[in-house]
Ligand binder design. Sequence first.
Ligand SMILES: Nc1ncnc2c1ncn2[C@@H]1O[C@H](COP(=O)(O)OP(=O)(O)OP(=O)(O)O)[C@@H](O)[C@H]1O
Length: 360
Amino acid sequence: MSFLQLKGVEKYFGELRAIKGVNLSIEKGEFIVFVGPSGCGKSTLLRMIAGLTEIDAGSLQLDGRDITKLPSSKRDLAMVFQSYALYPHMSVFDNMSFALRLANVDKAVIQEKVTRAAQILNLTNYLQRTPKELSGGQRQRVAIGRAIVRAPKVFLFDEPLSNLDAALRGQTRVEIAQLHRELGATTIYVTHDQVEAMTLADRVVVLRDGQIEQVGSPLELYDRPANQFVAQFIGTPQMNVLPASQLPQLAGTPQLPVPAGGFVGLRPEDVQLQPAGQGQLQGTVALVEALGAETLIHVALGAGTANGAKLIARQSARTTLHPGSAVGLSIDPMAAHVFDDQGRLARPAQGGAALASAAV
Ligand SMILES: Nc1ncnc2c1ncn2[C@@H]1O[C@H](COP(=O)(O)OP(=O)(O)OP(=O)(O)O)[C@@H](O)[C@H]1O
């Protein structure tokens, strides 16, 4: 049995079925990230695991024990909140040691655990300060330290970095990754941020509307999204997804057979710019986004935007193209993803004749 197991977990808020029969197995030591659009139920699911929100149906098991009905304090989990939730009048040391003091842990043991956590988190010189004398990143580290000293079975993080500015977010993200490597603690982490999800997770859980759409390693989700939703949710900029009917020169050819009503998905890096007249597709540049290390070129297909079809191409080279430039686009059919309304379809390289029916 897995270390943490959710079986048919449900949550209702009045009439709203916020979590719809979620099944999920998490192994010891895994770093799991919940992502999904606002309101999909990420925080609710995390809070149900934490014991802060009641589970209406289904069960939750941790390390072989049913904890569905256990109060939060008895679950042996520690949660780190977006808002840090520190005690403002207490020193960093007292904040970090609070739970241990409450549990009457021996003073020397407390000293040792807090000292060790402070070393790991670079907080040794701040132990006597109060939270208001710390930066946002330092406060978040104290909140993490408070969780670490308890040595819980599972760490739960609810958007811990979203109050930090971009630079500090990047830095703290790296620290959390290092921390996980050092401690190897089972972690569940909720975020809006794609980069956090892709860089921190062993496995990402994509949620939509209270249900799991796909669970997989970051690159599995990127390379083999189970459906159009995951395809367009993972990756920035989004995968281009067009009805096959808008790509007659590409879709429907022997190299890229697509069933009627199907869709073709192309990652921006799989769309190669060519001089006008070359490549399978022709179009006009609609917008150039020069981001420094890469350039995103938005191309309206066909003669202008007649059919409204647009593709974004990503290239690492700088460009002299500008809106209005005529361009060609070449696409390796093997790089194309094929979907129908139900999900992903196997492509020739992935399953040959199964194309027309097999969702994989
Ligand atoms: N205490 C509550 N009472 C009523 N409805 C709630 C409550 N908490 C959450 N909801 C609803 O449940 C759904 C899931 O909310 P939740 O906060 O889990 O989403 P989320 O994915 O974490 O969103 P966000 O990314 O915006 O934080 C939403 O429709 C939300 O309005």
